[in-house]
Design a protein around this ligand. Sequence first.
Ligand code: SF4
Length: 365
Amino acid sequence: MEFDLLDLKVALLYHGICVDEEVYEAFEGKARLSKNPFSCNAMILDEQIFCSLSRTEQETPFRLTLNDGNPVITYNNKFLTEISFPKKTSFYEQKTSSGIPFGNLAVIQGLDMLAFACLWRCEITTSGNACGFCHTGNFASPDHSLSEMMEIIRYAVEESPKTKMLQLTAGSTFNPEKEIDQYVKILEAIDKSIGIEKVPTMIYLTPPSDLKQLDRLFDAGVSQIACDMDIWDERLFEKICPGKAKVNTRQRYLDALSYIAEKYGPNRACCVFVGGIEPAESLIEGATFLAEQGIVPLPSPLMPFGVNQKVLAEMQPFSLDYYRKIRKETAKLYQKHNLIVPGTYGSDVCLSRDIWLRREILASE
Ligand code: SF4
């Protein structure tokens, strides 16, 4: 099988990469590359595909090194491909008025997407029911005000890197109505600060039991809402996402997604599925079920660093064939149902926009 760039992206996300010090010496400060983990480092594969530079100290066949001064990836010490880095941005040099570095609250994904990740702590994690593949549940953003959040958004949209999309995401909550209150305040503040129409905003949300609460977000100008089921297979969902299954319930995710699609039309509701956990056939079954309703499935590859061995044993062994199946079937769904994955160049850790941009080619593979 010939190896292509999307294969390389999923393999890099799965295995991580070891980065030679000389790469930092050559590029830190000149490109968007930093040893600081809050700078969300990325590589660009063949000037097209953004891929997280998931640096690892663990054993990995991938290495980022220099060849005649150019950054290259090797696999088991054999040359694989040249890469480049995103252009330097002044974003990560900024601090909010109370002194919080911008990068501690928000990161740039891809070329021009600003992601506020984990705005508030995941209550599913604090209750001891974290999803088995989660890296972020224990993360708590430093305390910050709404006006500091707006300082960051205004800078990212108007100064650097000229953000074209916002993603707001937090941990799951046991009180979705309160979460919606918080998001409505944020959307209203964005509107007041720069105008909500200036930057499409996608919110990752815990689905509320009272579905009408979702209307408040659309009234306040949200572009898309994602309620992430992560796993379609019911048994695995209960086992690997016990908090979501017990507290929020699978049915509530489905109800919220369908409500949005029925009331607001196609391409307004999205749902992440984590690739690499369940069999490809079951992920595709879930993606198909949603796509038929105009809900956009977003496959995102598993990054298994730090995942405990017991959970890992439940998951699919890493295989490029697995991801090839998923990308082909997802591309077909995007085409057949005229679905649009929001964004421009896509994100460093997700596959969905990469697939969408190449949907014609991938669907006919
Ligand atoms: S809901 Fe699951 S994946 Fe999301 S932050 Fe909480 S534990 Fe992690």
